[in-house]
Design a protein around this ligand. Structure first.
Ligand SMILES: [Mg+2]
Length: 363
């Protein structure tokens, strides 16, 4: 079996909020790239990547050039292909377009491997379990008013979610009391039994994180995420040490090496791994193993349709972020039952692009 063809599709996907229907700005779109990688025996692997921003054309071109380099290769020799791509283009990585492009190719290769072997990816990667907890994400944003956030939280409850994430580091110049008030309101809307996560997106300094983190300990957060600059491993460790609330982080790290520094410094209690920034499925699983050795759970970041396989595969997978940015690209995605994502037995990713959506969103 050899890689024979590729099709790289730049997209602009609407930035709506299908979970709670509380979009911040109507009509805004998010750049996404889709990939189809076909073999000479008519198998097709698919992949998706993000973060091209306003230079999504450059990311698209990088994926095309890198895909051209692997035509004729055996798609099951994934580490060999990664090595070839690294040797040819890796000087423009790790933090940046090289890794985003490597990731989409790696995802498509794993989809192909699953299809070639007739195995779903979650099983191929370890098969720890077939149902995984999931949490609603992207709805309870910091830009909403307290009332809107409460309404959105109730909508998520009505939809059956048992876990959900909100944000602090409020816009403007909030006082610590403003931050405490907001997260308390969200907690009031959902009651004490729902797992509530809270993302800071690196907006606090370590001392602020310790101050506000202590004031909100009794809100009972499941985790506090990216409390300060993602590569301030010592600062993160200080916050993690000071708080009873678990601290999560890792989505902003590129490749696998920074995770070593993060876990060695005991910077976080929960390791969050972004598949596009880490370099694909192959590198995601390596970080999950590294975290396991440090007695740390791992969680996913965005693209739940793909990431559910990796969280389900490993013994230290905790929960899947249900961020529906890319859901509209597929004909069908895993069902949610009793707050858990249920994996199918279809080979590879078990996903099919919705061709009409690809045409509609084409950039
Ligand atoms: Mg985050």
């Amino acid at each position: 079996m050899k890689i024979a063809r590729y099709d790289v599709i730049p997209l602009k996907v609407p930035e709506d909020d299908p979970l709670a229907n509380m979009p911040e700005e109507a009509g805004r779109t998010r750049p996404v790239v889709a990939l189809k990688l076909a073999t000479d025996d008519r198998l097709e692997g698919i992949g998706v990547t993000l973060y091209g921003g306003r230079i999504n054309r450059a990311l698209t071109a990088a994926i095309e050039d890198m895909a051209a380099l692997i035509v004729g290769e055996d798609p099951q020799r994934i580490e060999h292909i990664i090595g070839k791509l690294r040797a040819a283009t890796g000087d423009s990585g790790a933090a940046g377009i090289f890794t985003l492009a490597l990731s989409i190719i790696d995802i498509a290769l794993w989809d192909l491997k699953g299809k070639a072997l007739g195995q779903p990816l979650w099983k191929l990667l370890g098969g720890h379990r077939q149902r995984v907890p999931t949490y609603a994400s992207g709805s309870l944003r910091r830009g909403l008013s307290d009332d809107q956030a409460q309404r959105a939280a109730r909508t998520l409850l009505e939809k059956g979610f048992r876990e959900m994430k909100t944000q602090l580091g409020l816009p403007g110049d909030p006082t610590p009391a403003d931050e405490v008030r907001r997260v308390t309101r969200v907690r009031e809307a959902i009651g004490p039994d729902i797992k509530l996560m809270c993302d800071i997106n690196q907006r606090w300094r370590p001392e602020q994180a310790i101050d506000i983190g202590r004031r909100i300990e009794d809100v009972g957060l499941f985790w506090l995420e990216d409390v300060t600059a993602a590569d301030d491993y010592a600062g993160l460790a200080r916050v993690t040490d000071a708080l009873a609330t678990p601290v999560a982080g890792g989505e902003y790290l590129w490749g696998i090496v920074p995770f070593r520094h993060m876990v060695e410094a005991r910077s976080v209690d929960i390791v969050m791994i972004d598949v596009a920034r880490v370099g694909g499925v192959t590198q995601w699983m390596k970080v999950a193993g590294m975290a396991e050795a440090f007695n740390l759970p791992v969680v996913s970041h965005v693209m739940p349709e793909i990431l559910v396989h990796m969280v389900a595969a490993c013994p230290n997978g905790l929960t899947v972020e249900y961020m529906p940015w890319t859901r509209a690209l597929y004909e069908e995605t895993p069902a949610i039952e009793k707050g858990q994502l249920v994996l199918g037995d279809g080979p590879g990713l078990g996903l099919k692009f919705d061709e009409k959506a690809l045409t509609r969103f084409r950039a």
